[in-house]
Design a protein around this ligand. Structure first.
Ligand code: 5GP
Length: 263
């Protein structure tokens, strides 16, 4: 079935794709008949530097959907709750309907990217213990890094939620390192987003006291800095950001590795 043909359920177990709720740079979200669940569609767009650099890559949405499903599924199976429920088809998956917290969390195991640019740190410097940085999710302001104090001053999250976010980010990082390492891939750093999930009660109401912070969005080569553990070959969005090689080939290789289809 063509990915774009996801309009009607394939079986009675498949959710209905309703109105589009939101369109971002890389994904679209659609309502379903269940208020606690949304359908997420991965687009073929590639963007970098707050969408100043843009392109389209046929098949990229399908690769990211599959990589994210493999990783989020493994995180769920390990007992770490994520917003991912199940993959629906090539480019769609079913997710929990969370309120996105406007905070981006970056965890680093080696110095690369903006850490080196900002502070003149040599690329490749090991970061022990891992560094957790938080930034304001706001493209117009270029996702500026900030402190927990500023995030809570802005009302983006409570201090308890920030503590939970930092803790979940580090636990997720340990699991991600293991998942990638088992496929011969080294995780250098990554970005996570979190959501507040407030499931509806049986009477259809939602209550703030039921809200919990869970890992949301995606975990893909768009959001992780990844290299082949043996060769150092890049397998992530830096290929596109800095014109370092064939993005489609890098992403495809990553998917083959992650799904156990590589030689
Ligand atoms: P850096 O801050 O070095 O540019 O990025 C650190 C890590 O976070 C990289 O793995 C990068 O892919 C990810 N990252 C940081 N900001 C963003 C963003 O706005 N979008 C995406 N997709 N990834 C980001």
């Amino acid at each position: 079935m063509a990915a774009s043909a996801y309009n009607k359920p394939m079986t009675t177990n498949q959710p209905n794709k309703g109105e589009m709720l939101y369109e971002g740079k890389a994904k679209r979200l659609y309502v379903t008949d269940n208020p606690d669940e949304l359908i997420m569609e991965f687009k073929d767009s590639l963007t970098a530097f707050d969408a100043v650099k843009k392109d389209t890559l046929a098949g990229k949405g399908a690769i990211n959907n599959q990589v994210s499903a493999l990783i989020m599924g493994a995180l769920n199976a390990s007992g770490l709750e994520t917003a991912f429920i199940k993959q629906l088809d090539d480019t769609h998956c079913l997710v929990k309907n969370v309120e996105i917290v406007l905070i981006e969390v970056i965890v680093r195991y080696e110095a690369h990217g903006s850490l080196c640019r900002r502070y003149g740190i040599e690329a490749g410097l090991p970061v022990h213990p891992p560094l957790v940085e938080i930034g304001y999710k706001n493209d117009e302001l270029h996702d500026p890094f900030f402190t927990d104090e500023i995030a809570s001053l802005m009302g983006l999250a409570t201090r308890d939620e920030l503590a939970a976010i930092r803790y979940i980010a580090l636990v997720t990082g340990e699991k991600l390192k293991e998942i990638y390492a088992s496929q011969g891939i080294k995780l250098l750093d990554f970005k996570l987003e979190f959501g507040r999930f407030t499931p509806h009660r049986a009477d259809g109401t939602q209550h703030a006291e039921d809200a919990r912070i869970i890992l949301a969005d995606e975990v893909t080569p768009d959001t992780c800095r990844l290299v082949d553990a043996k060769t150092g070959e890049k397998m992530d969005k830096d290929l596109f950001r800095f014109d370092l090689g064939d993005v489609g080939e890098g992403y495809q290789k990553l998917l083959e590795r992650m799904s156990g289809k590589a030689d």
